[in-house]
Design a protein around this ligand. Sequence first.
Ligand code: PEP
Length: 252
Amino acid sequence: MTMKRLLIVGNWKMNGQLAANADLLGAILHPTPACDRVDMAVCVPAPYLAQAQLICQASALSWGGQDVSAHEQGAYTGEVSAAMLQDFKVRYVLVGHSERRQYHGESSSVVAAKAQRALAKGITPIVCVGETLQEREAGQTEDVVKRQLAAVIQQVGHCVSELVVAYEPVWAIGTGRTASPEQAQAVHALLRAQLNAATANAPSIRLLYGGSMNASNAASLLAQPDIDGGLVGGASLKPHDFLAIVAAAQAL
Ligand code: PEP
């Protein structure tokens, strides 16, 4: 059993529109779910931050962004700065999601710069790391995730303890193929050791697992000693599934 509050974060990805978002958030918040032992959040597309703020501000559900610019401001068309996210009182922002690394060419140094920008505005970066199937099969999982996390640790210095880290094996994202609790725990233990070497506060850093987490596998994943929550994609669009994952965390 863990003393830490678990954290369940939904990642809507590029889904949703005003009416559907209102329905989804309404279904999550009414009736009020039992979540006194769990923190919960949704990371929404940037255009819907104002809507999420309006609907969630008096609730236990926090809201966050899905990306932040590595730059402070200026001629970066299409980018969203940390100051802009701060205007909408976001608590969290995802950085280095595998879809950003894969489809938008984000390197670990760019991801680190993004984490730094978020921290500078008081926003908690959720730093995503994870190996591809090819990397796992080549026995490179440990090297890959350590390298990805090391870039961020090096950049943020003494702020390491303010991070949330999400281990998301790329082969498990959106595929229905989940890491087994043992596979996930093994990587989480590595990441914890790496954080331990960087800060005395490592035990309080929340390490989330992400990759096809759903209502039926959440409890066994969340029961692992170094898994402190979940980053939930597909299932976060279904209020019943998202709430079942929150309930599984609450029941631990
Ligand atoms: C994600 O987008 O971070 C994710 C884990 O997606 P899914 O739950 O759909 O695999």
